[in-house]
Design a protein around this ligand. Structure first.
Ligand code: PEP
Length: 251
């Protein structure tokens, strides 16, 4: 039985005060749940304060990105060890904004993924097609290439530790959501690819989140699909009430 994972990706938004106020409100509103895990991924500079507010609670903490090197002369970058050190359990890897604006490739994601696993972080590996790719009928091909490339060289034991997020690029921050059927079709395809890579038993345990304009009013239908095991939420995770409503839909 897979436990839902609802994670908030705050991107480059919020201030120190609003970050701490948001998680304090979430802590007030949310009870720990048997079937739903919750995490927030604040900007790196707020990880300390948000982590302090969340310490000992049922809400997890994640980074939005990391560098693959353990340390070194990489001005402006953050290592996997630093994320662990500050209290993160998760790290988002290969978000489409990283792929688009920072030219991250599947090979980069794969390298970071292995490093993240080696320090005990749970990687949330993002994949998704652009509108052009969907309209040209190449969604399945694009997803297969991203999954195979990003997860290359992992054995089943490592495969079991990851989370995959399917985020159609055309649905991120646009207000356009994939229909539950469109999302489920790709999630089922991803499950099949995970089966090929790691075997049926492991593939059945890996959580596949959906991301792309998830909101309280579309969350239930999306999360009701057989292969949708949670949500990676951008805009709607910035307000406690909206994020809590998405979590309630998962429950
Ligand atoms: C995201 O950034 O991962 C995302 C899904 O954003 P939004 O929910 O705002 O579309």
């Amino acid at each position: 039985m897979r436990k839902y994972l609802i994670a908030g990706n705050w991107k480059m938004k919020m201030t120190r005060d609003t970050s701490v106020a948001l998680v304090n409100k979430l802590l007030d509103e949310l009870e720990p749940s048997e079937n739903v895990e919750v995490a927030v991924c604040p900007p790196a500079v707020y990880l300390h304060d948000v982590g302090a507010a969340l310490r000992g609670s049922h809400i997890g903490l994640g980074g939005q990105n990391m560098h693959a090197a353990p340390e070194g002369a990489f001005t402006g970058e953050i290592s996997s060890g630093m994320l662990k050190d500050i209290g993160c359990q998760y790290v988002i890897l290969g978000h489409s904004e990283r792929r688009q604006y920072f030219v991250e490739t599947d090979a980069d994601v794969n390298e970071k993924l292995k490093v993240a696993l080696s320090v005990g972080l749970i990687p949330i590996v993002c994949v998704g097609e652009t509108l052009e790719q969907r309209e040209s009928g190449s969604t399945a091909e694009v997803i297969a290439e991203q999954i195979r490339g990003s997860l290359s060289g992992l054995d089943a034991a490592d495969g079991a530790k990851i989370v995959v997020a399917y985020e159609p690029v055309w649905a991120i921050g646009t207000g356009k959501t994939a229909t539950p059927e469109q999302a489920e079709e790709v999630h089922a395809q991803i499950r099949g690819l995970l089966r090929e890579l790691f075997g049926a038993e492991t593939a059945a345990t890996i959580r596949i989140q959906y991301g792309g304009s998830v909101k309280p009013d579309n969350a239930s239908e999306l999360l009701g699909q057989p292969n949708i095991d949670g949500a990676l939420v951008g805009g709607a995770s910035l307000k406690a009430d909206g994020f809590a409503a998405i979590i309630a839909a998962a429950k």
